[in-house]
Design a protein around this ligand. Structure first.
Ligand code: GLU
Length: 289
């Protein structure tokens, strides 16, 4: 009961958030049956993001989809397995993905920019500062940075990385006060809801403890690369960097303004600045080569 009241109170504050990172997974952007881009959803996503900008928010999009879009463009029937082929698909797909985002953003007179990051962007202090400066300048210009991993030049991300973690890294880098992860799952469950009918939905997480970190680790998304475990890791990083985080289903992009309006969608994770993790140490620990 107490959690319910807290949840509603925290969610009512979401409309006041100033700097928001939104991550969309491949599963929220493509038609599962064909692998083709769901243009209606991409268009809707762009409209939601531009509307947030129009409300005066700083908005950053972390998007997956480069490899998937590249595979389709290159006419590959099978999902690429070899890393160099994935890299080639990423190079083709990233450009095409940006072209489509740019087209839709242009329809709303919204300037968008591209930032491709690698693990070294974070580990190297100078690179990190450079990235931070670029983000700040872009946001001062009113642009929406569109971020992905630089998969075509760095294989580490393809082998170990996922955009759930990347979005938390970005949230921490830019000092965001909210991270929204959109995926093909509704949020956190006590167990995998596809295999355990008794799995319960968890709407609100005050503190991420060991028990919670173990929850839902088998609930893997069907198309995306990151399962629930990577989302909880992202929650650990983002909340300790001072951002609230919401994991919600990106089935309908309406969910973005509904979350911002304080409606009870997805799982809400409270920020916990007292528990600040050192970003570089975190990355070294979880993403060592
Ligand atoms: N960077 C990959 C891509 O754009 C996606 C990684 C992920 O899905 O987390 O295809």
């Amino acid at each position: 009961m107490e959690d319910k009241i807290l949840d509603a109170q925290y969610r009512a504050e979401l409309k006041n958030k100033k700097r928001i990172v939104i991550k969309v997974g491949t599963s929220s952007l493509i038609h599962k049956e064909t692998g083709g881009l769901d243009l209606i959803k991409v268009e809707h996503l762009v409209r939601e993001l531009t509307d947030l900008r129009n409300k005066g928010k700083d908005v950053i999009l972390v998007t997956s989809g480069a490899i998937g879009v590249g595979r389709k463009a290159a006419g590959l029937q099978e999902k690429p397995e070899r890393v160099p082929l994935k890299q080639a698909c990423a190079a083709i797909g990233q450009a095409r993905l940006m072209m489509i985002y740019q087209k839709f953003f242009a329809e709303y007179n919204q300037v968008a920019a591209q930032i491709l990051m690698t693990r070294n962007t974070m580990l190297n202090a100078r690179n990190r500062r450079n990235a931070q400066n670029t983000f700040e300048e872009l946001m001062a210009l009113g642009a929406i940075p569109i971020v992905n991993a630089n998969d075509s030049i760095s294989t580490f991300e393809i082998l170990h990385g996922d955009n759930d973690t990347l979005s938390a890294v970005v949230a921490s880098l830019v000092g965001a006060d909210l991270l929204i992860l959109l995926s093909d799952i509704n949020g956190l469950y006590t167990d995998n809801p596809n295999t355990n009918p008794n799995a319960k939905f968890v709407p609100f997480v005050d503190t991420l403890d060991g028990e919670l970190m173990g929850m839902g680790k088998d609930a893997v998304s069907s198309v995306g690369t990151g399962g629930m475990a990577t989302k909880l890791l992202a929650a650990e990083l983002a909340t300790s960097a001072g951002a609230d985080m919401v994991i919600a289903n990106g089935r309908n992009m309406d969910v973005i303004h509904k979350i911002m309006d304080g409606q009870p969608y997805g799982t809400f994770f409270c920020s916990n600045e007292d528990d600040a993790l050192e970003l570089r140490e975190f990355l070294k620990e979880h993403f060592h080569e």
